[in-house]
Design a protein around this ligand. Structure first.
Ligand code: SAM
Length: 275
């Protein structure tokens, strides 16, 4: 195994004090990092996109697992530490300096399949999740997403109808993919510790239901959960044809969005056709 100094030493040597503005909470425990890197399965020879490598704790676990890593980091201060890591694993690491929200990930990965792993900054995590799971094109170029979220957001992604946490993120995460809560991570695992608990969500693409427009489903869930305490007959009034579709499908219009299952939203979107 390639011998590397502890991440704590790397952080100190490169003066990488955690920046609040950049959402920096670092993971230093190499055993935990190895367990996270193992969540997608065997990564030997696989392409991996890592967002926000910071000083490179998760990156080194991925490199040790044999992955070919492309890492996007917007904090220039981290680049020398990442360059050192690249030298220790020749040909395995490409570092891109930039904002992951503005980059075309598919093009960066040269059109090839890839896995995404990331201890995401909380503020950009949800935006990236929506970007990766949205759009009409399916299956996506990514083969799996292994993403750290604050616990409350992770709960919202894996929630079932009827749960308090159930909403747009659950429908987005589940209508054509499998999302599971893969690991809970205590706040004390981070340096500095964030205020809230975290959890890792693992997502793999599933078959896209036929005849359903992603945009229509989005429009429906936006309207339905925009007024989640209202009955569907009120909240879906703004979507032409939605109330007729509910009636045709036998979905009671006096129900509220939070009781409508992912499969039921999908059947309403199918009945409505493309936007
Ligand atoms: N992966 C490291 C770890 O687990 O210790 C660092 C995690 S830290 C929570 C998040 C990292 O994402 C920081 O290094 C931060 O600079 C970087 N970052 C924040 N916003 C970003 C963005 N929009 N694009 C790329 N990197 C970003």
């Amino acid at each position: 195994m390639v011998d590397l100094p502890p991440i704590r030493d790397v952080i100190q040597r490169h003066g990488l004090s955690a920046s609040k503005a950049l959402g920096q909470n670092f993971l230093l425990d190499e055993q935990l990092l190895a367990r996270i890197a193992a969540l997608p399965g065997d990564l030997a020879g696989e392409k991996v996109l890592e967002v926000g490598p910071g000083p490179g704790g998760l990156t080194r676990a991925l490199l040790r697992a044999g992955a070919k890593v492309t890492a996007i980091e917007m904090d220039r201060r981290c680049l020398p530490a990442l360059a050192e890591l690249g030298e220790a694993f020749p040909g395995q690491l490409t570092v891109i300096e930039g904002d992951a929200l503005r980059l075309d990930h598919g093009a960066l990965m040269e059109g090839e399949p890839f896995h995404v792993l990331s201890n995401l900054p909380y503020n950009v995590g949800t935006a990236l999740f929506v970007k990766w799971l949205g759009g009409e094109a399916w299956p996506p170029q990514w083969r799996s997403l292994t993403l750290m979220f604050q616990r409350e957001v992770a709960d919202r992604i894996v929630a079932s109808a009827g749960a308090d946490a159930y909403g747009r993120l659950a429908v987005l995460g589940q209508w054509r993919s499998e999302a599971r809560l893969a690991m809970k991570v205590h706040r004390s695992a981070f340096t500095p510790p964030p205020k809230v608990m975290s959890a890792i969500v693992h997502v793999t693409p599933a078959a896209m239901p036929e005849g359903v427009s992603a945009r229509m489903l989005e429009r429906l869930t936006e309207a339905a959960f925009g007024q989640r305490r209202k009955m569907l007959r009120q909240s879906l009034k703004s979507v032409p044809g939605a109330l007729e579709a509910l009636a045709a499908l036998g979905i009671d219009e006096t129900r509220r969005a939070e009781t409508v299952s992912v499969a039921e939203f999908v059947s309403v979107a199918r009945a409505l056709g493309p936007v």
